[in-house]
Design a protein around this ligand. Structure first.
Ligand SMILES: *Cc1c(COP(=O)(O)O)cnc(C)c1O
Length: 361
């Protein structure tokens, strides 16, 4: 394969587009003929100002984000947002911070909210090991907000449309599917995503927040945990993660150059269908998520004979398919096939799976 690269099915940090890596490689030594590498640029320099401003502009264009929303670049991963969301948005007179619990990440988000506020669980799929998305929701009167995880990276389920919140602001952890398709931003109060699944390297998180919600932010928050700090300073209050922001910006350009999010959505569907169709027709493999809740990003499956899974993962790795081991909390196999993952790799994986089942069936 190109540059001796193998197929990387890691859930995150994850595969990046080769075209982007080529550009990054050039600019590590000499950014845009400035004579300095991109990591060596001052965050106050005109070069970096252009990098962060064009990253935001391209993101706004990709998602048609209106001027009533702010775009922030934060550090601390999505896990810091688990705390920042309730700290900033629990509100004054509003009711509980409300959570739809669909996996390990939403459980962690809820646990953080409990430190700061009254909370409420609107629905949970824990009874069946998070293999589905809860249907009817119990939304309290005046919920401060309703939080959901759009794609459950570990369990391989994903919302195909937003849950109805009965008018409460919708908050989304989109860490593992942000920009896999176009969203109607106006449905959201706040969206956050760590970069290392579908956007770029680890180290930056993107937050899109509706400006009117910032009126809720309490006055006494630690500076770095206060959304307004980032809004007021255009994410340059302190030194931001300049290199991850640069790479994420190049990924935004790559998305635009490759037909935008509508095209990307089509490709993602196509890739996931290849894998799910094969699994469904197979006697040897079985998908773990319920069909109507399946993720296009993380395809989780088991071998019907679970004793063969370790061997499957080992032989797959030897054959150039890396990162297929399911999360340590669930086991099995997980193929993460984010935006940058090539369709060819999914086709080759299916061929490998067929061969493996013939050899062991
Ligand atoms: C990976 C992941 C997180 C945690 O991200 P960190 O950047 O490691 O804090 C949170 N939510 C979801 C949905 C994830 O996939």
């Amino acid at each position: 394969m190109e540059h001796d690269r193998i197929y990387n099915f890691s859930a995150g940090p994850a595969v990046l587009p080769v075209e982007v890596l080529e550009i990054v490689k050039e600019n590590i030594l000499n950014y845009n003929k400035s004579g300095m590498g991109v990591m060596e640029l001052s965050h106050r320099s005109p070069e970096f100002t252009e990098i962060i401003e064009s990253a935001e502009a391209n993101l706004r264009e990709l998602l048609s984000i209106g001027s009533d929303y702010s775009v922030l670049f934060c550090t601390g991963g999505a896990s810091t947002q688990f705390s920042m969301v309730p700290m900033n948005l629990k509100g004054g007179g509003e009711g509980p911070c409300s959570y739809i619990v669909t996996g390990s990440w939403s459980k962690k988000a809820l646990a953080e909210a409990k430190r700061f506020s009254e909370t409420h669980v609107c629905g949970s799929s824990e009874d069946k090991n998070f293999s589905y998305l809860p249907g009817t929701l119990d939304i309290p009167q005046n919920a401060a907000y309703v939080h959901f995880t759009s794609n459950n990276t570990i369990f391989g389920t994903q919302y195909s449309e937003e849950p109805d919140t009965n008018g409460a602001p919708l908050i989304c952890d989109a860490s593992s599917d942000f920009l896999h398709k176009k969203l109607d931003i106006d449905k959201y109060g706040l969206i956050y995503a760590g970069a290392q699944k579908n956007l770029g390297p680890a180290g930056v998180s993107i937050i899109i927040v509706r400006k009117d919600l910032l009126e809720r932010v309490p006055a006494d928050l630690p500076k770095m945990l206060d959304y307004k700090t980032y809004v007021d300073a255009n994410s340059l209050y302190n030194t931001p993660p300049t290199f991850p922001i640069y790479v994420v910006g190049e990924v935004f350009k790559w998305l635009k150059a490759n037909g935008g999010l509508e095209k990307m959505a089509g490709r993602n569907k196509e890739k996931a269908d290849i894998l799910y169709n094969f699994i469904d027709e197979s006697e040897f493999y079985r998908g773990t998520a319920e069909k109507d809740s399946r993720s296009l990003m993380n395809v989780c499956f088991r071998l019907k004979n679970e004793d063969l899974e370790a061997e499957f993962i080992k032989v797959a790795k030897e054959s150039g398919f890396n990162g297929l081991k399911g999360h340590r909390s669930v086991g099995g196999v997980r193929a993460s096939i984010y935006n940058a993952f090539p369709k060819r790799g999914v086709e080759d994986l299916v061929k490998f799976m067929a061969q493996f089942s013939e050899a062991h069936g």
